[in-house]
Design a protein around this ligand. Structure first.
Ligand code: ATP
Length: 251
């Protein structure tokens, strides 16, 4: 269970976004606390990806506010999301460059420099190796990402979050790109992040994964938060009901 805190890590108030006539996100209010895993579920086109794109700065909101530890923040770009909201997004396709090494991927766009002109290669390699060993990864900093398994690539993507002290890791279908045997490793990793006090938003069509790790489950429908469930004594049938039955019909 998430521990109650006075100030949420993120407070989202009245967040809305339309694409032409489609109200993709409609007046969403949500608090996310440090050290909690929030599952995000909903039917296709419920607005989950658009909602996340407003948090990660890939789309701009039409209305609403996002507070980081109580302070309102303008999230005008993905860089602002990383720096001001401390969010790291781990995409389904992992968005890694296969021809670059692990350390180059981890520091891509955020290289450590030595003086004004030079990248501090040895410091980046050392930092990458430190984070990899914290995550019990087999991969080393100088391995080419394209040679790693899906599960190890996932660790590289998550390593970035630890390297730059991100507070909220958003994982979009993290178990889609890996073998069934590795799914429990990813779920363990999510719980490991939680133990370190990180928050995780997990989007997955695998409801059993959500039920295994989430503290709370946010059900989206037609761009809005339909309900927020505490993950206690819930099973897949309860969740499916909440996702697909009209408002008021699910018990
Ligand atoms: N760039 C865009 N331009 C126009 N419409 C969009 C755009 N992005 C999303 N939409 C629309 O917004 C609505 C919400 O889509 P969104 O992808 O956020 O839902 P989702 O819950 O993530 O769905 P899924 O689980 O299928 O990925 C849909 O009707 C979608 O067609």
């Amino acid at each position: 269970m998430a521990v109650a805190h006075d100030t949420p890590l993120l407070s989202i108030r009245g967040l809305s976004k339309a694409f032409g006539p489609v109200q993709a996100v409609n007046n969403v209010n949500l608090d996310i606390y440090s050290g909690e895993v929030v599952g995000l579920v909903g039917d296709n086109a419920a607005g989950k990806s658009t909602f996340l794109s407003l948090l990660t700065g890939y789309n701009q909101r039409d209305a609403g506010e996002i507070f980081y530890k109580g302070e309102p923040k303008q999230v005008a770009s993905p860089r602002a999301s990383r720096n001001l909201l401390k969010i790291e997004m781990v995409y389904q396709n992992l968005s890694l460059a296969p021809d670059l090494t692990v350390w180059q991927n981890m520091f891509l766009g955020e290289e450590k420099t030595k003086g004004r002109w030079f990248n501090n290669r040895s410091a980046m390699i050392a930092d990458a190796d430190r984070v990899l060993s914290e995550l019990n990864a087999r991969a080393r900093a100088s391995d080419l990402v394209g040679t790693l398994s899906g599960g190890e690539q996932q660790l590289v993507a998550i390593g970035r979050a630890l390297l730059f002290d991100r507070e909220l890791i958003i994982m979009d279908e993290p178990t889609a790109a890996i073998s069934v045997a590795k799914i429990s490793d990813v779920l363990k990793l999510i719980l490991q992040l939680k133990e370190r006090g990180k928050s995780v938003i997990l989007v997955s069509h695998r409801l059993e994964d959500i039920l295994t790790v989430a503290d709370r489950i946010v059900v989206f429908s037609h761009g809005a938060v339909k309900t927020i469930l505490t993950n206690q004594n819930l099973d897949i049938t309860d969740l499916v009901k909440e996702m697909f039955e009209p408002r008021g019909a699910a018990k």
